[in-house]
Design a protein around this ligand. Structure first.
Ligand SMILES: [Zn+2]
Length: 259
């Protein structure tokens, strides 16, 4: 059985049997993987704290094609995230990002850019003391783009003009907006304010560190979260599962007091 070396971010960890752990990890080379770490919970385990959730690790696995669960041979820590673990608010934001990646990403489907975005998201959240919700919003928007559903915020789909100074009508199904003069009579498009449109454009392009330097006012924040959640829900099949969506909404509501 071939030994493979790769990096990984641990999305979730579950107890397995008496002494083992079953990990859900995200890797740049193989996408999401389920990894069995035998003996990881034993007293003499040589993994120490390396296999805690969120950790960015180097790992060697026994990888067999077509097998649902791969086996861990060796793991070393690159980055732990102590500040995220010690702050409930940060932890809740990170849980949303990990949930999206875990639900959506297909096993065996490599997307190195997405791995780098997730790692960047963890590093910036760990290091930031403000603008935390904006870091998540920027992550979500950039994730949507990497997943292949880039929304078009720059111009009206009908007349092709930049109408970001007006309130517009966004159509989730085709990922773009129509300005007021181009709106057809029977559209199911949702209203999107000019302020939200401009802000979404900023977040979808900004390096995550930069998004942390800003915090929108509460009403605008709610509009952004509403838009992002519905866009994700529309395009990412598994997020339509009621459980996940309710979970995400509940997490988002719990975060209203964070900036
Ligand atoms: Zn137009």
């Amino acid at each position: 059985m071939p030994l493979c070396k790769t990096e990984a971010i641990i999305l979730r960890s579950r107890k397995q049997g008496e002494t083992s752990k079953l990990l859900s990890v995200y890797t740049p080379d193989f996408g999401r993987l389920s990894i069995m770490a035998k003996g990881a919970r034993g007293i003499k385990s040589h993994y120490g704290g390396v296999l805690e959730p969120l950790n960015h690790i180097a790992m060697v696995i026994y990888k067999k094609e077509g097998r649902e669960i791969q086996y861990l041979s060796q793991a070393d820590l690159f980055h732990g995230f102590p500040d995220i673990h010690s702050q409930l608010g940060k932890m809740a934001l990170v849980a949303i990002a990990c949930e999206i990646v875990e639900r959506h990403e297909i096993t065996g489907h490599s997307n190195p850019a997405l791995f780098r975005l997730l790692l960047r998201f963890l590093l910036v959240t760990e290091a930031s003391s403000q603008g935390l919700r904006n870091i998540l919003r920027a992550f979500q928007l950039q994730y949507i783009e990497l997943a292949g559903f880039k929304p078009e915020f720059r111009r009206c789909q009908q007349c092709g003009q930049d109408k970001s100074d007006e309130d517009v009508h966004f159509d989730f199904s085709n990922g773009g907006y129509r300005c007021h003069s181009c709106l057809g009579g029977n559209s199911i498009a949702a209203n999107l304010s000019s302020a939200a449109l401009k802000y979404l454009m900023f977040l979808s392009q900004a390096p995550l560190e930069k998004s942390a330097a800003h915090s929108p006012r509460a009403a605008l924040g709610r509009e952004l979260d509403w838009f992002i959640l519905n866009y994700l829900r529309y395009h990412i099949e598994n997020l339509n599962e009621l459980h996940t969506l309710a979970y995400l909404q509940q997490l988002q509501e719990n975060l209203q007091k964070l900036n």
